[in-house]
Write a new protein. Sequence first.
Length: 458
Amino acid sequence: MNRKLTDRAKKVSVAGTDARFFTETIEVETLCPLAFFEAGRLYYSDHRFFWQNADKTVKLVGIGQATVLTADTQRFQSISAQWKALCERLIKEEKDMEPVLFGGFSFDPATRKDSEWSAFPAAYFTVPLFQLKIENGKTYVSINYLTDEPETAAKFEALRQERDRLIHIAQVEEFRVSRKPSIATQTEVATDRYMNAVEQVTSQIKEQIAEKVVIARKIKLTFEEEFQKATALHAITNEQQASYHFGLQIGEDMFFGATPERLVEISKGHAYSACVAGSIERGKTALEDQQLGEQLLRDKKNREEHQYVVDMITQVFSEFCSSLRVNKTPKLLKVRDIQHLFTPVEGELAKGKDIFRLVEALHPTPALGGVPRKKALEIIREEEQMDRGFYAGPIGWTDAAGNGEFAVAIRCGLLTGKDAYLYAGGGIVADSTPVEEYDETWVKFRPVLRALGGSLHE
């Protein structure tokens, strides 16, 4: 019955003139988000998502699919239009939570190759059949149901019974983390190509073809057996406490990570962003850590790299917001393995704007693309020669009321079968060197490597 319910939901077209969108919410006792995620493994293991913001005030889990929104061209506008059309069909009571749309965009559809990203379209978003939301200490579980059938009472009652079964499993059955499987191989992919790309890009920047270009690379882990998705999420959330945690499962593949970088948040019409660029390692002692942080704040290369991001995000917010507030000098953002320069930006969102339009305008920031944006993307396509997939793209959620939050998908990996692919990059400027940039990527690989049990490069 469970599989039939979720399969039926997926077949309903958002564009169907008779489709109706129902949601119903109940408040429950506190649930462990990962326990609820794991409760859906038997019948919904190929369609789940997980989200937790950096201060842990919002936690989301989706199980199953009420519907899926995808787009290959005009993708930001297309997803926005599809979501708006779907919300116009929403039937809910005042007490019910707003249904959530969760997903992400690939970094650059123009770099699409036959690669590990074959399951991920240029834009992929899902409305879950069963939605867990923990916000401000309260826990809610919703059913989201899209149907074009005239009679829905029996189907909805079956969904209520299934909701209660999932809640019971999450509350009563002990959530046990599976052991991490042994690693058979750990491989650096096309390292020579990466080193050559850094050298070529540095030469182009010296020739003033661009000011900054981000070049990335990947490593591959192969395990003795498949890595359980909930185990990976549990490990990464414990490794990186002060980060945005995410997991998006499509079929047997899951993209997951712990990123320090918020792209944009909208809450009751107020927009927030974070300029995160420029980095240095953490110290082995508190004193060394402080000295490294002060060094970062004084470093010309990193301050320039950071200012590119501040200038760009400030410009976008000035176009989309009716008021604006930007700190004059950066602060330090410290996570377990690395510290960054950080400048918050915020403003009141102008009428007629939504989160997808802001995401489109902001992506990619200079922190993941470069300056100028168009030229940097051309150079990345030519020199990097890698399908980034969802790495460095926007990932997050919005709801039917227009609230939401997107992060930049870094410090991340893709689980596919017995393999895992990890991604990291850095900003190349005129005085960059391949060896230094290579070493910096290892610092950025560490969070996911440690979570999966890989070997850290020294």
